[in-house]
Design a protein around this ligand. Structure first.
Ligand code: ZN
Length: 335
């Protein structure tokens, strides 16, 4: 063996290992994986029981802790037990997903969970950088703190070119259209697409784009508004032939860091998305739900679509030993 090219050997070894990178078998407490709606339905009675307990637990916490508006829990990002503050609006209920801000890192429930998922999925072992389909958010900054080469982007309008940088609201932002990314094939280690696809009228090409730019063994994490009891995706609005928006349901707008008026929600997703992700070429495609009071992930179950690209290592053909590794990995993946 030629020890002069250790760096190259190392890269090849990591690439070969990526070929047989299954999704983790063991998940933290409160994380549940589901293959499909049938499996979920079979467990539904149990899930419902947990669900009602969830409400009780929150109440319990509020009263017991004698810390109004605060909960002590494990912050996976800080790797410590910290105090998490939550909003208690005068009218209406606490939106648990958007609160429970860690006193130390400043991240709210869903942001801490997004970071935690990437930890669980060991994306630090991937070769390429992480790509997050947002750039004006504390979540992007948190990923950037973890890995300086993290790429973020915002959708800045139809007249921008992919990869182009523009100053917007005093920030230098990179424009990307998730249905036509500017990144090279096999160049990204992991993608986090949080609460974006529901705003893309025709989102299917973005799944193919995610698959194209991910490296072999690369990881995809998607969150969208989802009806856990439905298979079929539901269309809330569509673009008519004359370019106008036709509403099929009561229009729903979500907050957006780039546009003050918010962005229209075109879809509510069902389990169909698990199959659509697989159809885009991904080796594994699952739905994970998370509800874990010990980590401060309260509120309704937070669903995430998790997938991995089939691993075929890059540039291993010159190394006979690694070709063997690749073949074994391929058999494993096919098996
Ligand atoms: Zn924290």
């Amino acid at each position: 063996m030629d020890l002069k090219n250790l760096g190259e050997h190392f890269a090849l070894w990591r690439a070969a290992r990526a070929a047989c990178r299954p999704l983790p078998a063991r998940l933290p407490s409160g994380f549940t994986r589901w293959k499909d709606l049938d499996e979920y339905r079979r467990a539904l009675s149990e899930v419902r029981r947990d669900w009602s307990l969830a409400g009780q637990y929150e109440l319990h916490q509020q009263i017991q802790h004698r810390l109004p508006g605060a909960l002590r829990a494990i912050c996976a990002e800080c790797d410590a037990v910290t105090l998490m503050h939550f909003d208690q609006p005068e009218s209406g209920e606490t939106n648990w997903r958007e609160t429970l801000r860690c006193e130390r890192c400043g991240l709210i429930n869903r942001w801490r969970l997004a970071m935690h998922l990437f930890q669980v999925l060991r994306t630090d072992e991937h070769l390429g950088p992480i790509y997050i389909t947002e750039q004006l958010t504390p979540l992007y900054l948190a990923f950037k703190r973890r890995a300086a080469q993290t790429i973020g982007s915002e959708y800045l309008g139809p007249d921008c070119a992919g990869g182009e940088t523009r100053v917007h609201l005093g920030h230098e932002l990179r424009h990307e259209d998730v249905t036509a990314l500017s990144m090279a094939d096999n160049s990204i280690g992991a993608i986090g697409c949080f609460d974006v696809l529901e705003h893309v009228p025709d989102f299917l090409p973005s799944l193919s784009e995610f698959h194209r730019v991910l490296e072999p063994g690369g990881t995809l994490v998607i969150s969208v508004p989802m009806n856990l009891e439905a298979y079929t995706n539901e269309r809330r609005a569509e673009i008519a032939e004359d370019g106008s928006i036709r509403h099929l349901m009561e229009p729903q707008y979500h907050g957006d860091p780039v546009r003050a008026e918010g962005v229209l929600c075109f879809h509510e997703f069902g389990w169909e998305l698990v199959d659509q992700i697989r159809a885009a070429g991904f080796m594994e495609s699952e739905l994970w739900t998370v509800w874990a009071p010990e980590f401060g992930y309260l509120g309704a179950f937070q669903p995430f679509f998790i997938a991995r690209k089939r691993g075929v290592p890059v540039r291993v053909d010159a190394h006979p030993a690694l070709v063997q590794t690749r073949l074994r990995a391929q058999e494993h993946a096919d098996g």
